[in-house]
Design a protein around this ligand. Sequence first.
Ligand code: AMP
Length: 477
Amino acid sequence: MPTFTDLGLSSSLLKAIEKQGYTEPTDIQSQAIPLLLSNKDVLGSAQTGTGKTAAFALPIIHHLEGPRDPKIKRVVQALILAPTRELAIQIQENFFQYSRFSNLRIGCFYGGVSKVPQMKTLYHGVDIVIGTPGRILDLIQSKAFHLKDIHHVVLDEADQMLDMGFLPDVKMILKDIPQPHQTSLFSATMPDAIRHLAHQILVNPERISITPVEEPVDRIQHDTIAIEKNQKLSYLLYRLKDDSIVSALVFTRTKRGAKRTALNLKAQGIPTVELHGNQSQPKRTEAMKSFKDKKVRVLVATDIASRGIDIHQLSHVINFDMPETPEAFLHRIGRTARAGFSGSVIHMVSREEMYLLKAINRHTGLTLSPQRDKAFVFDATLVIKRDDEEEEDSSGYQRHRRPKGYQSSSSSTHSSRPAFQGEPSSRPSWGEKPRYPRSEKRSFDRRKANPSNPNASTTEQKKRPFRRFQSRGTKPN
Ligand code: AMP
């Protein structure tokens, strides 16, 4: 295994690395750093937590550091695009640490906050820009950000940018960067769209693949609990009584779910913050910071916190809601057991989520099987708000919208209301996807489309888009 000195990094970088406490390069660093130092393009697929950020940051700093004439304005020479604001901030923090002896200016630009200070920073000159594609494009179009001096481009977590619909923005940004420049693309998975993008933007790339991301980290201990949906909050509170859960990142499927869960934990005196897309950027930054600094014990988040985010020695990840894809599962659990530490994950699996668990097992080769926690006694009085009326998923799309009064099959057993026509007549058993009889499903879909008139067809609904406004006597504007 080569040392950092063998990799050919500058003395200021070696000093910064020593200060970080890194004794030897990780796999991805020993492979990527020599390639990037010799100006090659790189296509990397690497599991998060492998030291990927240093692998691209150190060579960039090496290329750009050096004495500067204070009379000459700095121009942007390196651009790093990341999918989320949290990841962009984290990358900037890493750049700050690695460049502490290198006299470079590093800007981080993302949406959700005013553009004006970012434009001022650019006006005064920066060497390296890290940002999310939307805001970077916006700054380019506002003529505050010029691409003509860029020599190094990094796309980090490219597959998440694809998932979040950023690829058109990314392509628009890249097409205006003059040649020649060095590009590296890192992605946890390599779907076709990312391969295609790599083919378009990379010139004779060197490929690096570190432990396929599809393989879950084996230092993680899994605790898979069979729990009814309406008992999940009570169960979470019960588990958090355990002091060995020093810090927990709790994942919910929806923003509303994250909000409610955090509300309930705070009501029980557990220091908790929430993180989801409905918050302002300062709130998101503050939440992430207080959790990373260990000022609070629990962070309840949607999947925006699942990728790339590095929380030092996170002891537990808790899947309050099971993730909808095996990839999301791997990203979530990858928040723990990072940089050689071990970690635990608690999966809270309701019977409605069993098919998700099966897909996860199939995809990852794990054999997670939910067991009831016999010591747990459900206490409904602890729960002040229930998590059963979710409407939006974490990406902001509306999903699973239920007609008013509709409750999930599991909660229906605790209610005296009459069952709806479309509701499954019996609760799904463990291991079975909830099913609706065909005819009932159709009427359920119709009611979903138009709760006031279950008999109206969906096409009729489509033909009259302003129906709601007309009936209220209000004109759409
Ligand atoms: P990343 O994959 O870039 O998010 O890095 C994951 C964690 O590994 C971060 O906390 C880094 O500070 C840490 N790290 C990166 N490189 C090394 C190294 N060579 N030795 C020890 N820790 C490292």
